[in-house]
Design a binder for this molecule. Structure first.
Ligand code: TXA
Ligand code: MG
Length: 322
């Protein structure tokens, strides 16, 4: 595995790897993706193997121009163009009926495909030069914290990736918002980098199916996910007997309002800005999991704006240790 700065020459090397059926981790504006040629089933199979990801969990295809959508998906609702105009490139994934060209392994046998156009120059250049859509989940081991830097990827996936393109820290820091497109309307499948309120301003009310448990419409939305390697609890739910003689790490929205004695404290956004908090969430959780503490206590974030997506990730990570 090589970590390479995302220069033109190195992007060219990554293009060769993808064209030869290999794996490239690359930056997007949300999290780093683990990419393979999305039209090559054998290459896509390597993604599942590298991540240890169950094959019932479908992948997102990443494209570099909205025009490409028509080659891989059936546009079944005219309003989708409003979303594309407003939010692409950006952290919005659309789930629509697939076309035959998309291999079954990408969609886990579903007749729909998830597509997005990322808002990151390196990602767009890579996809453009590969001349195929790139299938990419987040570049983490299944169930663990999502990667927002190149070193997060190398820590978890190491030799399983041919090249990691280093494009610095991701700007949004949370995965894309996923919307399923039906003839009659839209269904939210995952909270993410664009607040649902913003999307509703464009297309009106959206059916919000997201819950904390399994969601048959979005097989990847498992109740345990995004978990650090050390236990994490919400401060207001923790049984204090669990804290005896333990070194504690604290994760707060804008400040520590508790009387606990913490060895390390992370403040997601001192000014209470949701975008800053989202961008720091996985970074700080990575830092906490690799610092010398026994467990993490997290504050609940107000569930408005990007706070919904932040809380979605935190709830799933806490679920593992309940
Ligand atoms: O921001 C992102 O979306 C990042 C970057 C790399 O683009 N990718 C990402 O991929 O988060 P992943 O695989 O970690 O999450 C994709 C989610 C999964 O929950 C999966 O179940 C859902 O998308 N998904 C994919 N295809 C689907 C489909 N056809 N129907 C319903 N859900 C689908
Ligand atoms: Mg993921």
């Amino acid at each position: 595995m090589q970590i390479l700065r995302a220069t033109k020459t190195n992007i060219n090397k990554a293009v060769e790897v993808i064209k030869n059926g290999g794996l490239v981790a690359f930056p997007t504006e949300t999290v780093y993706g683990l990419g393979a040629d999305g039209l090559n089933p054998i290459a896509v199979a390597k993604i599942f193997e590298a991540k240890n990801r169950p094959t019932f969990n479908p992948l997102i295809l990443h494209i570099s121009s909205p025009e490409y959508l028509d080659k891989i998906a059936q546009i079944n609702n005219d309003k989708v163009n409003l979303l594309i105009e407003k939010f692409w490139p950006g952290p919005l994934t659309l789930v629509m009926p697939k076309k035959d060209i998309v291999p079954k392994i990408v969609t886990a046998g579903n007749d729909t495909v998830a597509v997005r156009m990322p808002n990151n120059k390196v990602a767009l250049e890579l996809i453009d030069r590969c001349e195929v859509p790139i299938a990419a989940p987040s570049a983490n081991v299944f169930g663990r914290l999502s990667p927002t830097t190149a070193s997060h990827v190398s820590e978890q996936l190491g030799e399983k990736v041919n090249i990691i393109l280093d494009g610095g820290k991701t700007t949004i820091g949370l995965e894309s918002t996923i919307i399923k497109v039906n003839d009659e309307g839209f269904v939210l499948l995952r909270h993410g980098g664009i607040p649902i309120e913003e999307i509703q301003k464009v297309v009106g009310k959206i059916n919000q199916k997201v819950n904390e448990n399994n969601n048959p419409q979005s097989p990847g939305q498992l109740p345990f996910h995004y978990s650090p390697c050390i236990p994490i609890y919400f401060i207001d739910e923790v049984n204090e007997s669990k804290l005896k003689n333990k070194k504690l790490g604290g994760l707060f929205f804008s400040k520590d309002k508790t009387n606990f004695h913490f060895s390390t404290i992370k403040i997601l956004s001192p000014t209470g800005n949701y975008y800053e908090a989202a961008a720091n969430l996985f970074l700080y959780l990575h830092e906490l999991e690799s610092s010398n503490i026994d467990l993490i206590l997290a504050e609940k974030i107000p569930e408005e704006n990007l706070g919904k997506a932040i809380m979605d990730r935190l709830k799933r990570s806490v679920n593992k240790y309940k």
